[in-house]
Ligand binder design. Structure first.
Ligand code: AMP
Length: 197
């Protein structure tokens, strides 16, 4: 199974992706996680991305497309994957189609977590508080000012990706404002329905 999870930052993509991974035994491919790992490892890609990420802007398409292309070429990706945080631009979505077509593969579904943008800042502040309480590292880009830039990048560059997938009939929308377990159930139902029509 090959899935994409769409939705603005703070929509709960990471949480729901982890549950899809457990349910379907697929890989969780988060470009944000991969970029943070590259930054920590000090690779050239990581170093180039570091400042851009700290500002809350998008890393160039060519960089993230290469990361995903390399990762899905690995043998364990054959069992399927859920993409979290990719594609974030229509150009990335087109590149993904091209790289999958070259392997005679395609996406099975794209699930969008619909959330109220007004409530996202609140959520992100809570995410940072929770991390602090648990003694976990707090993401620098969860700072409210940087988060506003991330939200603006989402509106300008990522929102059109939904329309791209709506046109291909792959898009399923789920209300992401419900409690986590309810979102998981709704997502499961939407996916099962979509796969069995
Ligand atoms: P995330 O963990 O998905 O919120 O991503 C954190 C940051 O990594 C984003 O704010 C971007 O700077 C960068 N990033 C992650 N995925 C992408 C992508 N597909 N395209 C461009 N930049 C990305």
């Amino acid at each position: 199974m090959r899935l994409v999870l769409l939705g603005p930052p703070g929509a709960g993509k990471g949480t729901q992706a982890a549950r899809l991974v457990a349910k379907y035994q697929i890989l969780h491919l988060s470009t944000g996680d991969m970029l943070r790992a590259a930054t920590e490892a000090g690779t050239p890609t990581g170093l180039a991305a570091k400042e851009i990420m700290a500002r809350g802007e998008l890393v160039p398409d060519s960089v993230v497309v290469k990361i995903i292309e390399d990762r899905i070429a690995e043998s364990d990706a054959a069992k399927g994957f859920v993409l979290d945080g990719f594609p974030r631009t229509v150009a990335q979505a087109r590149s993904l189609d091209t790289m999958l077509a070259a392997k005679a593969q395609k996406l099975d579904a794209v699930i969008e977590l619909e959330v109220d943008p007004e409530k996202l800042v609140d959520r992100i502040v809570k995410r940072a508080e929770e991390a602090r309480r648990l003694g976990l590292p707090v993401r620098k880009d969860d700072d409210p000012a940087v988060f506003a830039t991330r939200l603006a990048a989402y509106r300008a560059q990522t929102a059109p990706v939904s329309a791209y997938y709506r046109e291909t009939g792959l898009l399923k929308a789920v209300n992401g404002m419900e409690p986590i377990d309810a979102v998981t159930r709704a997502l499961g139902t939407a996916l099962e329905r979509h796969l069995h029509v």
